[in-house]
Design a protein around this ligand. Structure first.
Ligand code: HPA
Ligand SMILES: [Zn+2]
Length: 334
């Protein structure tokens, strides 16, 4: 099954590119930029990744990304991830980035976007990997800051496929960003948002009602509201679920306790993703494998997950048809 899951054409819809920074690259970039790290070794970094909740992770996530300073750094970060992703059978990646977390360190928007989009072009050329870019707003910062970033992004809108909402969820409801998301919509940008990871089910409803999102990142707490579950089933709004992330951030205690089987039983449109692979113990394939081990899902279930992701990805219709056909061929051979 491992080989079969590896060769299954998989799509990654929920990936924070800054969360793909492996300790080895963190050290290399720190040296290149003359930055001192608070760790003596790669081993020490990995040992520090013992999180009690989302905030304890975010503290290290923002600390780690401080090694990213130049266009080359952003390029190298994304190339490093794309190389690993394609090697584990990922055929399309939607990477989100957190411009505010870099602007606040004096790193220009142009530096970030030029580095990331150079890597995206390289991935398409070198590995035939298609990509999309999601610009995420930090929900624990004022909405005015997000609006300012959106304004700054306007010259680059051609390069941005959607906007998102991430960082500390509790106490930062989607409605805080009503105007920002309305502006993004007016600019023609599709919208997604993290909701129902640590925050309540009502944040998922709010993201749908107020931000008019087309996908929910995480969304696992929807099960606390059966009316919402019915709505998600009827509309087939996709959830980008990240099981290993949920274990590492103690949203659930063990993978066996994860609500994925209940979400599946409820008829929801689910996809499997990695979130922050360098911090949570693995990429997309590891997330698929952990579900196989925990829930014993059959091939048909994994094919459905992979197909869901292709169906709801931000990709052109030609590419979507190619990937659907590729998946169909693969499932026939199964
Ligand atoms: O898992 C996450 N949740 C919220 N914000 C984030 N930013 C990076 N990863 C995450
Ligand atoms: Zn996330």
């Amino acid at each position: 099954m491992k080989d079969w899951l590896k060769a299954l054409p998989k799509v990654e819809l929920h990936l924070h590119i800054e969360g793909s920074l492996e300790p080895e690259l963190m050290f290399a970039l720190a040296e290149r930029n003359g930055i001192a790290l608070p760790y003596a070794s790669v081993k020490e970094v990995r040992a520090a990744y013992d999180f009690s909740d989302l905030q304890s992770f975010l503290d290290l996530y923002y600390q780690g990304m401080a090694v990213l300073r130049t266009t080359d750094d952003f390029n190298d970060l994304a190339i490093d991830y794309f190389r690993r992703a394609q090697a584990e059978g990922v055929v399309h990646v939607e990477l989100s980035f957190d411009p505010q977390a870099h602007l606040s360190r004096g790193i220009g928007f142009d530096v970030q976007i030029e580095g990331l989009t150079r890597a995206m072009r390289h991935a398409e050329r070198e590995w035939g990997l298609s990509t999309a870019l999601i610009m995420s707003f930090l929900r624990d910062k004022p909405a005015e800051d997000a609006m300012a970033v959106l304004e700054q992004a306007e010259p680059y809108l051609e390069l941005i496929d959607a906007v998102g909402l991430d960082s500390a969820e509790s106490g930062n409801p989607p409605s805080k960003f009503t105007e920002v998301f309305a502006r993004a919509k007016a600019l023609g940008l599709p919208r997604v948002a993290h909701a129902g990871e640590e925050g309540p089910a009502s944040y998922i409803s709010e993201a749908l009602d107020v931000l008019d999102v087309c996908r929910i990142d995480h969304g696992v707490r929807c099960l606390e509201d059966q009316e919402l579950v019915a709505r998600l089933r009827e509309t087939q709004i996709p959830l980008t679920v990240c099981p290993l992330s949920n274990v590492r951030l103690k949203v659930v205690e063990r993978i066996q306790d994860h609500p994925l089987p209940a979400l599946l039983d409820a008829g929801l449109k689910l996809t499997l993703n990695s979130d922050d692979p360098a911090y949570f113990g693995g990429g997309v394939l590891d997330n698929y494998l952990s579900c196989e081990q925990a829930f014993g899902w059959d091939k048909a279930t994994f094919i459905t997950m992979a197909r869901n992701a292709i169906e709801v990805a931000f990709m052109d219709e030609g590419r979507r048809q190619v990937l659907l056909a590729k998946l169909e061929d693969y499932s026939q051979a199964a």
